[in-house]
Design a protein around this ligand. Structure first.
Ligand code: SF4
Length: 274
């Protein structure tokens, strides 16, 4: 969500006028919300939500007490979730929208930490240049749609030997074991943003990620016996039930570009605030 949209959502909230940090109508330097301490109601000044502009900053113990008081009020605030969602949005340069002060029950430092954690997640999930080749994209897309080795190669537009080499290379790049299954490869590819979930046709979990022409998945290969003196005919393959139903949608799907993350998103959705 963009900062503007999140801010609008916050101020449009039906309880925004009752927010804890709204000025008290009778004592406008105090917050409308309050906290309890030792059974007594404690009023909190509005200045508790942001650091004072002091040379050398405020003493640490004062800052901790100030932030704790503001956070206590936030916790009882009717718009805390929307407030935190807005405060955690990021701008086009991937900077947190509200870097300072207490908002939504969090300090500016908390928002920075969350942003850094999200950055690492996104960077880890983004495919690197080794995946960003025409052949890699084609073979991943084909593998998502088909599980028969020849059909994968056919859909990818390459010969079966090249297709299998690409599959083997993908297994290595994705850090999977040699005996990884097709579904494991596709899950790893999906986690890196290399393939869309709705392209993936699930198999029974036994189809290997890497096959050779001679060791194709046993359920899919029924090659003809060679008759001495005769040129072998073209191998016949029996598709797993349901696989050949994809033809109609295949044309549309293969025409669509593979979703590859090349840059960080410009907005970060907030995890549901506690
Ligand atoms: S959550 Fe805190 S900062 Fe946000 S509106 Fe409520 S009291 Fe104010």
């Amino acid at each position: 969500m963009s900062p503007t949209a999140a801010y609008q959502e916050l101020v449009d909230h039906k309880n925004y006028r009752y927010r804890g940090c709204a000025p008290d109508p009778d004592e406008p330097w105090l917050a409308a919300g309050s906290t309890e301490q030792d059974g007594k109601t404690v009023r909190v000044p509005l200045s508790a939500w942001s650091a004072p502009d002091l040379d050398g900053g405020e003493p640490q113990d004062v800052r901790i007490a100030r932030e704790a008081a503001a956070i206590d009020v936030c916790v009882g605030c009717a718009v805390m979730v929307a407030c935190a969602r807005y405060a955690n949005t990021v701008d086009a340069d991937w900077h947190v929208t509200e870097p300072q002060g207490v908002l939504g029950g969090e300090r500016g430092l908390d928002r920075h930490k969350r942003l850094i954690a999200r950055r690492h997640e996104v960077v880890a999930a983004a495919p690197d240049a080794r995946f960003d080749t025409d052949q890699k994209r084609a073979i991943i897309k084909a593998l998502a749609l088909r599980w028969d080795a020849r059909e994968v190669a056919q859909v990818a537009g390459m010969d079966i030997r090249t297709a299998n080499w690409q599959r083997s290379h993908l297994v290595r790049l994705l850090g999977l074991p040699k005996d990884a299954t097709r579904m494991q490869l596709l899950e790893a590819a999906q986690a890196r943003g290399l393939v869309q979930a709705d392209w993936i046709r699930a198999d029974d979990g036994t189809v290997p990620a890497v096959v050779t022409a001679m060791k194709a998945h046993p359920e899919t290969v029924q090659g003809p016996r060679r008759t001495p003196g005769r040129r072998p005919g073209r191998a016949k393959f029996a598709a797993i039930e349901g696989q050949l139903d994809f033809d109609a949608e295949l044309a549309a799907l293969t025409a669509a570009p593979v979703a590859v993350v090349h840059s960080l998103p410009t907005a970060m959705p907030l995890e549901a605030a506690a």
